[in-house]
Design a protein around this ligand. Structure first.
Ligand code: GLN
Length: 476
């Protein structure tokens, strides 16, 4: 099959009958089969996807097809798809089947997208390497000894290896942007509240965001405009009208933007030198193209990661209390009474990292430490938000790395959780603040591993963010 740069080109060929949805689905299914060793998919809906493709081929011939007709999509194992298995990469949801569609999934289906399968991820979206899944790790297609990033590792690899055109993942602290960077694809985390969380398994509700993986900005823009917007099932979703992102992308009058970058970029010790070099070179290119590029100070940098890990674990400990062996999935067979059923189910059902987070979260919420940790972190979150928003009033974008290193080796950080948490150093700010952010490919390191560049914009400025990202990608 021809390598399509954008879904628009696929749509063109579908309209002209040069390809069919069935052929498209077959193409992706073949890759899923030959690349099974990557462990990116937990379920593949082969028959259903082929049937759906045939149905949509017919609709196309009758000119009745939706906006996403022929778009082959994979779903991270945290998104509800009615009558399909859903486990959040965890043993505790063994045997669980979704009873309804997540709003984002429903909107994809309404526009005739084809869902090809369920993608592996870190258990309950907790992790940065996809090594915390109860179904085993996912491998990076560029180097099978390396991680794809996490927690949406399967979703990133699926797009990287062309197992589907688009993946939906979730980004609570970087889980779309970080794996996108490790796999050399685009990963967008929209503004918090832009996309309904209805049907998304909760990790940390005040941070959780559905995000989009793709290979072109145009594809990502198109999917965003379909799945974003008000939803009666999630009261936290913004009522702001959804712009036609994909149209606005093509309507750019050549604007110049004002870009801020972290002053510490050239001195940051933990940053891989090639990432620093590539980003500085990109900033030079941006400047040469006529945009204003200025260093900015962000003295609160050291506080962002602890704030995130205190608040996210607190919210997780509360959200995950519902998995008790009674309501969903797995129940321990070794229980003797009700209390031991709760305890044994949770000890046997949750993996090590999830247990660590529940303990941490329970600790920071406990009566004696609540003020010292939880309340304090809430206050710091507000200060970080105010300070970031102040910068975004003066600058159109903040440009910074998304990861301190390129894809690391499997097992490299598994024995040291703190080291693993440090992989999120640059990704959590956008979640702590709630603003939209994207990771786009920005060259490779000496070993040929992809480097990601992060661009952060102000609340609800996805359109501008996508336009600028497109500009950056075309600068090479
Ligand atoms: N790596 C971060 C964590 O483990 C982010 C996860 C996410 O965005 N779901 O919390």
């Amino acid at each position: 099959m021809k390598a399509y740069a954008t879904f628009r080109e696929i749509q063109h060929d579908l309209q002209h009958g040069t390809i069919t949805c069935r052929e498209l689905v077959r193409h992706h299914l073949d890759i899923i089969n030959t690349k099974a060793h990557l462990n990116a998919f937990l379920s593949v809906y082969e028959d259903a996807a082929l049937k759906q493709a045939a149905r949509i081929d017919q609709k196309i011939s009758q000119q009745k097809a939706g906006k996403l007709a022929g778009l082959v999509v994979g779903l991270k194992d945290v998104l509800s798809y009615e009558d399909h298995p859903l486990q959040a990469g965890s043993k505790i949801l063994n045997g669980y089947t979704s009873v309804y569609n997540a709003t984002a999934v429903q909107r994809l289906l309404d526009e005739d997208a084809i869902i090809i399968g369920r993608q592996n991820c870190d258990e309950f979206a907790m992790g940065s390497s996809n090594e915390n899944s109860a179904f085993g790790p996912v491998r990076n297609d560029l180097d099978n000894t390396r991680v794809p990033g996490g927690s949406s590792g399967g979703s990133a690899v699926a797009v990287q290896a062309d197992m589907c055109r688009i993946s939906l993942g979730s980004d609570t602290g970087g889980s779309v942007r970080q794996p996108a960077a490790f796999c050399g694809v685009i990963g967008l985390k929209p503004t918090y509240s832009r996309i309904s969380r209805y049907g998304l398994i909760a990790y940390a509700s005040s941070f959780d965001c559905i995000g989009i993986f793709g290979k072109s900005i145009d594809d990502v823009a198109l999917v965003l405009e379909v799945i974003a917007g008000p939803d009666e099932f999630d009261s936290t979703v913004s009522k702001k009208p959804v712009p036609a992102y994909s149209k606005e992308l093509t309507q750019t009058e050549r604007k110049t933007f004002k870009v801020g970058y972290l002053k510490e970029l050239s001195t940051s010790e933990g940053l891989q030198p090639e990432i620093q070099k590539n980003i500085v070179a990109k900033l030079d290119q941006i400047k040469a193209a006529g945009h204003a590029v200025e260093p900015i100070e962000f003295p609160l940098m050291d506080f962002i990661l602890p704030t995130y890990y205190i608040l996210a674990t607190a919210e997780a400990s509360s959200n995950l209390s519902r998995f008790d062996g009674v309501r969903y999935g797995y129940r321990s067979k070794n229980a003797t009474d009700l209390l031991s059923m709760y305890k044994k189910t949770r000890s046997e059902g949750f993996g090590k990292e999830v247990q660590r987070r529940i303990l941490l979260g329970t600790f920071v919420l406990s009566a004696s430490y609540y003020d010292a940790y939880y309340t304090k972190a809430q206050k710091v979150r507000r200060i970080i938000r105010d300070k970031t928003k102040e910068i975004l009033k003066q600058y159109d974008f903040i440009v910074m790395p998304i990861t301190p290193t390129t894809a690391f080796k499997m097992g490299e950080h598994t024995n040291n959780p703190l080291e693993m948490y440090l992989a999120d150093l640059f990704s959590v700010q956008a979640n702590v603040v709630g603003v939209p952010a994207i990771s786009i490919p920005c060259g490779t390191d000496q070993q040929g591993l992809p480097i990601g560049l992060q661009v952060i914009a102000d609340d609800f400025e996805e359109s501008k963010l996508l336009q600028f990202s497109d500009l950056l990608l075309n600068m090479n």
